[in-house]
Design a protein around this ligand. Structure first.
Ligand SMILES: O=C(O)C1=C[C@@H](OP(=O)(O)O)[C@@H](O)[C@H](O)C1
Ligand SMILES: C=C(OP(=O)(O)O)C(=O)O
Length: 425
């Protein structure tokens, strides 16, 4: 990949696109299909670094996965939870979903497993998940005793029982526990302690678990009871296009004053990030929901006040749009964004200032007061979303250069090609 990419301003963008498959659904479906009895065929799957590390790790613990890239299809032979480890290494790069879901899965097997990633992954917390798995009887610890990866698991199946889990740093801990729980020897009761961020991802988890044939009780995303000794059943499963990736194209309509249709998503999508369209509607865009597509039409943009705790992966997209609004935008409820691929509050504020905005940074968000947009060389901090979101500014402002654009390979390797196509260049 090139070291940098200059974005060419264009007029109002009109077009339609089907983004690649959802990262969150692909990685959940892979975990569940690996545990299942029988074969699963996952269609519309994402092919990117985050799914490659998941596939590679599952293969290392004995799961057979065939990949047909031309048809975006993965065929998984479930092994019923019979994983064996012998100091088995899983290298997870910087995929939060893979790290948290595979940590929980590894406790179901027998033998020893070690999960590690790149330097940033070694700074991303996992202590609350380790603590909850210990409450369920797992023998698990972090190698450096710092509540961050590498993670060491010495597994002999997961006994089960009661656990409380903190939900203020990441919902991925709870999702990982939930997906593993049906394979515990006895019933698992989970209770969320305090605030739960990113709730729509937990609802996605319980839905896909049911879709693969297990039962569980849930009470308002706070308490869960999952009978032990259950089995997922292999099946065909169609994965929705990625709604967080879609936000860049809806955002492009807003920034350029054009009209963009994203195919394969609807208001009822499993992914909460379709809620980004409502944020754009508040800012003055028109949104049309149909059975299998959502169209955003740009309009005069106004600043808004919004809690983005449920749609935190779209904060950077909204920030790019906010630069073209007629007043300040305040984003709250996303303190957990400081623990993602980079500090998505502090580092985002820094790049927005380069683009001419005044930014008042707070612990859980920021107020963005747009100024006169400026040409800028944008640092991406190895964060795919920094690259994809701030590229939108270049559709309207001359002289925007995105550094290290290859970082989009985490979830969207062909992002810049797709953006160029929809811009008609
Ligand atoms: O469960 C998931 O698939 C995800 C949950 C969210 O993380 P947090 O729960 O850490 O906010 C989100 O940011 C991430 O991209 C995917
Ligand atoms: C936060 C993200 O990913 P993850 O936590 O899965 O690494 C993301 O894709 O924006």
């Amino acid at each position: 990949m090139v070291a940098e990419i200059a974005i060419a301003p264009c007029g109002p963008i009109t077009g339609s696109i089907r983004p690649p498959g959802s990262k969150s659904l692909t990685n959940r479906a892979l975990i569940i299909a690996a545990l299942a009895k029988g074969q699963s065929t996952l269609t519309g799957a994402l092919e990117s670094e985050d799914t490659e590390v998941m596939i590679d790790s599952l293969r290392r613990i004995g799961v057979s996965i065939a990949h047909d890239p031309a048809n975006h299809t993965l065929t998984v032979e479930g092994n019923g939870g019979k994983f064996r480890g012998d100091n088995t290494e899983m290298f997870i790069a910087n995929s939060g979903t893979s790290m948290r879901f595979l940590t929980a899965l590894a406790t179901l097997g027998t033998g020893t497993f070690r999960l590690d990633g790149i330097a940033r992954m070694r700074e991303r917390p996992i202590g609350d998940l380790i603590e909850a798995l210990r409450q369920l009887g797992a023998n698990i610890r972090t190698e450096l005793d710092n509540a961050c990866p590498p993670v060491l698991v010495d597994a002999q199946g997961l006994p089960g029982g009661k656990a409380t889990i903190a939900g203020n740093i990441s919902s991925q801990y709870l999702s990982g526990l939930l997906m593993a729980a049906p394979y515990a020897s006895s019933e698992v009761q989970l209770e969320v302690d305090g605030e739960l961020v990113s709730q729509p991802y937990v609802r996605m988890t319980t839905q896909i678990m049911r879709d693969f044939g297990v039962t569980l009780q849930e009470n308002d995303c706070r308490r869960f009871v999952i009978p032990g000794g259950q089995t997922y059943r292999g099946r065909e499963y169609a994965i929705e296009p990625d709604a967080s990736a879609a936000s860049y194209f809806w955002g492009a309509a807003a920034v350029s004053g054009g009209q963009v249709t994203v195919e394969g998503l609807s208001r009822d999508a499993l992914q909460g990030d379709v809620g980004f369209c409502e944020a754009l509607a508040q800012m003055g865009c028109q949104v049309e929901y149909q059975a299998d597509q959502i169209t955003v039409t740009g309009g005069t943009l106004r600043g808004i006040h919004i809690d983005m705790g449920e749609i935190s992966d779209t904060v950077q997209t909204l920030a790019a749009v906010a630069l073209f609004a007629d007043g300040p935008t305040t984003i709250t409820g996303v303190a957990h964004n400081r623990h993602k691929e980079t500090d998505r509050i502090g580092d985002l504020a820094c790049e927005l200032r380069k683009l001419g905005a005044a930014v008042d940074e707070r612990e859980d968000g920021m107020t963005i007061t747009p100024g006169k947009p400026q040409p800028a060389r944008i640092e991406t901090y190895n964060d795919h979303r920094m690259a994809m979101s701030l590229a939108l500014v270049g559709l309207r402002q001359e002289g925007i250069v995105i550094l290290n654009p290859g970082c989009t390979s985490k979830t969207y390797p062909h992002f810049f090609e797709d953006l160029a196509k929809i811009c008609g260049s």
